[in-house]
Design a protein around this ligand. Structure first.
Ligand SMILES: Cc1cc2nc3c(=O)[nH]c(=O)nc-3n(C[C@H](O)[C@H](O)[C@H](O)COP(=O)(O)OP(=O)(O)OC[C@H]3O[C@@H](n4cnc5c(N)ncnc54)[C@H](O)[C@@H]3O)c2cc1C
Length: 373
């Protein structure tokens, strides 16, 4: 987990101590919950009292205000992964509590010979957060291995099981994430900074084989020396992914300020074909499902490309205090003394510059806690 124990133990914990961007002011109340029951109790009581709740994982997808958060921050202290079935024609089934470190789940899956996790190695944070934005990297998404999740439903004050279909997982989105902004998913209201559903346990279903899922990502295939669609030993895929990620500052490392980030700060824009036609010829283009639910095909471009070509390449605004990573134009980083306000200012400059150059409004990926871009 990314939180630093010295901060956790401090009398007045701050969000800077619990987030990978390392900004954010004081926390009202902090609870490290030892059981699912405790999490449900804390959330139910806070909701009844009208106290704001933040369910915190590794803090790797949050940009928190310098003013802090006056509500209750609750973190799941459970870590134990439980294998339910590891062989047979039904494949493998196992579960992890929301508090399990995501990379521990990947390491365990690869070691057990469970396929489909290997390219998701190195993504920081907790298992409970992975369905929230359907984490993905190098051609895999958690949607490929999820079976269902146990949640606490804050709208009905009941525990529930959400099947894969209920989660409506898409590119960096889900029913869980949509409940932050859409009343239909929020049970008649919107939620935040944690959504309507608090994830308690995540259940996985996948193939029991030491071979990876087919390699779908061109850069990864090149690194492995295989064709797209090939299957390789999962352990080998995992190592290659970690090497690629390290080269881009996408594996947490206390000593490397390029990793003091929230990963990709903007999602890749998915554009109607007519708008995508206006991009320069050399802008990346991939087919993607239309996000408007029409069933059509739109065009996904690359936020990193647009940012770099709009004049905000790696190292922009170095030496900081907030600057674009020296390794990747999509990561906004804290060079040591940045405030949330510094990061917000940088994010606005980048977003506005890309809009002025290409007419594309980039959307931030991290959860914004008490700040607006
Ligand atoms: C260096 C770096 C690289 C990254 N690379 C990737 C990548 O390749 N792909 C990718 O998809 N993401 C990536 N990310 C983003 C981030 O790691 C993921 O979004 C991750 O899943 C966030 O997990 P977390 O536990 O840190 O969530 P947090 O930041 O703690 O929380 C994020 C949101 O999820 C909610 N949440 C957390 N736990 C729960 C729960 N149990 N129930 C309900 N809601 C919950 C929080 O309330 C909050 O709204 C990267 C981040 C960093 C810093």
């Amino acid at each position: 987990m990314t939180a630093r124990p010295d901060d956790a133990a401090a009398a007045a914990p701050t969000l800077a101590g619990f987030t990978t961007l390392r900004v954010g002011g004081p926390i009202g109340t902090f609870v490290d919950a030892a059981s699912a029951e405790e999490i449900m109790d804390v959330v139910r009581e806070a909701d009844a009292a009208g106290t704001e709740v933040l369910v915190l994982g590794g803090g790797s997808n949050i940009l928190a205000s310098d003013d802090g958060f006056d509500g209750i921050v609750v973190r799941d202290a459970r870590r134990e992964i439980a294998i339910e079935n590891s062989e047979g024609c039904g494949g493998a089934q196992f579960r992890a509590p929301a508090g399990a470190v995501w990379d521990d789940v990947v390491v365990r899956a690869v070691a057990e010979g469970f396929s489909g996790f290997e390219a998701l190695s190195g993504i920081p944070g907790s298992t409970g957060a992975t369905p929230v934005q359907n984490v993905g990297a190098y051609g895999q998404e958690v949607s490929g291995v999820l079976s269902h999740v146990r949640v606490w439903d804050r709208a009905t004050n009941r525990p529930r099981t959400l099947a894969l279909a209920d989660l409506r997982l898409g590119y960096r989105t889900s029913t869980l994430k949509r409940s932050y902004t859409e009343e239909a998913d929020g049970g008649g209201r919107t939620w935040g900074p944690t959504g309507r559903y608090v994830v308690l346990d995540v259940h996985f279903q996948t193939d029991a084989t030491t071979m990876s899922a087919p390699v779908r990502y061109a850069e990864l295939a090149r690194t492995l020396g295989v064709e797209i669609g090939a299957r390789v030993e999962s352990a080998e895929v995992r190592e290659s992914v970690l090497d690629l990620r390290r080269g881009k500052g996408m594996v947490l490392d206390d000593a490397d300020h390029d990793t003091w980030s929230a990963g990709s700060f903007f999602t890749n824009p998915v554009l109607p074909p007519a708008q995508a036609a206006g991009l320069p010829d050399d802008a990346p283009r991939f087919d993607a499902p239309a996000p408007d639910g029409s069933g059509g095909t739109w065009v996904k471009s690359s936020a990193a490309w647009l940012i770099a070509h709009a004049g905000f390449g790696p190292g922009y605004r170095m030496p900081g205090p907030a600057a674009i990573s020296t390794k990747h134009s999509l990561a906004l980083t804290n060079r040591g003394g940045a405030s949330a306000a510094d990061l917000v200012s940088l994010a606005r400059t980048v977003r506005d510059g890309v809009e002025a150059t290409y007419g594309v409004v980039l959307v931030p990926e991290p959860v914004l806690l008490g700040v607006e871009i």
